[in-house]
Ligand binder design. Structure first.
Ligand code: NAP
Length: 313
């Protein structure tokens, strides 16, 4: 397989890079600032693209790669891959489901606890010596709060199970009601937001779900409500979120993803009721290794004419 050209869209995992390098003819796209010239000289040998949540395979790149057979994403979300184009051209697509579910759900619960109990703010309180001048203010209880989940898929369900263990009643919104679930279903995001304390975004990013968190939803969640986003940044209308937090129209937010990451609105840095993490939902050594192994397993299966491990298209 050493002669098979694999294009890695951006840096994502030194382990994955090393393992791809051992097996294939690996091209690191970021090492070639002159993209047009690079593609002119190498496109014909590139048979696979490896992308992630930052860079994948859009229509323009796919059109530049006449020998492309497979896009293997180092992520479960496929919003950076033009799935329609891949389907139309017979290009296979794989992602990394399941192996990251626990980590992302763990982080969602971590963000809920950190936001309501002000863990980051109280950590800063100790480090700055403020404790010597007086006790930290009282915070908000997490156990028993109603948790509303947008997208009861693999991650949404794992969050629900964890939150249930904290005594939290669970409700959800997705395109279809789950007949096998006893959680309360709301047929719209606004209704879900009106009836929960903590609203979690855990759905896929598509044209339909872009800005699924807008002013109306934020107002429905209200000054005691908390938004947790472990989905994708563009799920949230970020300027609306920032103004609601600054004006006190929303109680708080725990955010792992941002609309223009790694850019984060600086107004959020001043707010104690906001917890910010740098898109690290699946960011543990164990999970990133499992994701890398899945990417490699899918590529090897494809080029050995075996069934793909986690096919999407
Ligand atoms: P999944 O099992 O495919 O679940 C996706 C859910 O999205 C489904 O339950 C689906 O429900 C829902 N959905 C799709 N379109 C919708 C719409 N228009 N309105 C409402 N719900 C909609 O995927 P997963 O493994 O749980 O991953 C979910 C997402 O988490 C990924 O797509 C990714 O963006 C994000 N993620 C983030 C991180 C991170 O580091 N922060 C890590 C991994 C994943 P219905 O089909 O019933 O509508």
């Amino acid at each position: 397989m050493e002669s098979i050209g694999v294009l890695m869209a951006c840096p994502m995992s030194p382990y994955l890079e090393q393992e791809l390098d051992r097996r294939f003819k690996l091209f690191r796209f970021w090492n070639f600032p002159q993209k047009k010239e690079f593609l002119r000289d190498n496109a014909s040998v590139i048979r696979a693209v490896v992308g992630n949540a930052t860079a994948g395979a859009d229509a323009e790149l796919i059109d530049c790669l006449p020998s492309l057979e497979i896009v293997a994403s180092f992520s479960v979300g496929l919003d950076k891959v033009d799935l329609g184009k891949c389907e139309q051209k017979g290009i296979r697509v794989t992602n990394t489901p399941d192996v990251l579910t626990e980590d992302v759900a763990d982080l969602a619960i971590g963000l809920m606890l950190a936001t309501l109990r002000r863990l980051c703010e109280s950590d800063r309180y100790v480090r700055s010596g403020s404790w010597k001048k007086g006790d930290f203010k009282l915070t908000t209880k997490f156990s028993g709060k109603t948790v509303g989940i947008i997208g009861l898929g693999r991650i949404g369900l794992a969050i629900a199970k964890r939150a249930e263990a904290f005594g939290c009643p669970i409700s959800y919104y997705s395109r279809t009601r789950k007949t096998d679930s006893e959680y309360k279903y709301y047929p719209s995001v606004v209704e879900l937001a009106s009836n929960c304390h903590i609203l979690v975004v855990a759905c896929a990013l598509t044209e339909e779900t872009r800005h699924i968190i807008n002013r109306e939803v934020i107002d429905a969640l209200g000054p005691k409500g908390v938004l947790i986003n472990i989905g994708r940044g563009p799920h949230v209308d970020e300027p609306e979120l920032v103004s609601a937090l600054v004006e006190g129209r929303l109680g708080g937010a725990g955010l792992d993803v941002f609309e223009h990451e790694p850019e984060v609105p600086e107004q959020l840095f001043e707010l104690g009721n906001v917890v910010l993490t740098p898109h690290v939902g699946s960011g543990t050594v164990e999970t990133r290794t499992a994701m890398a192994d899945l990417v490699i397993g899918n590529l090897e299966a494809h080029f050995l004419n075996k069934p793909l491990l986690t096919p999407v298209v």
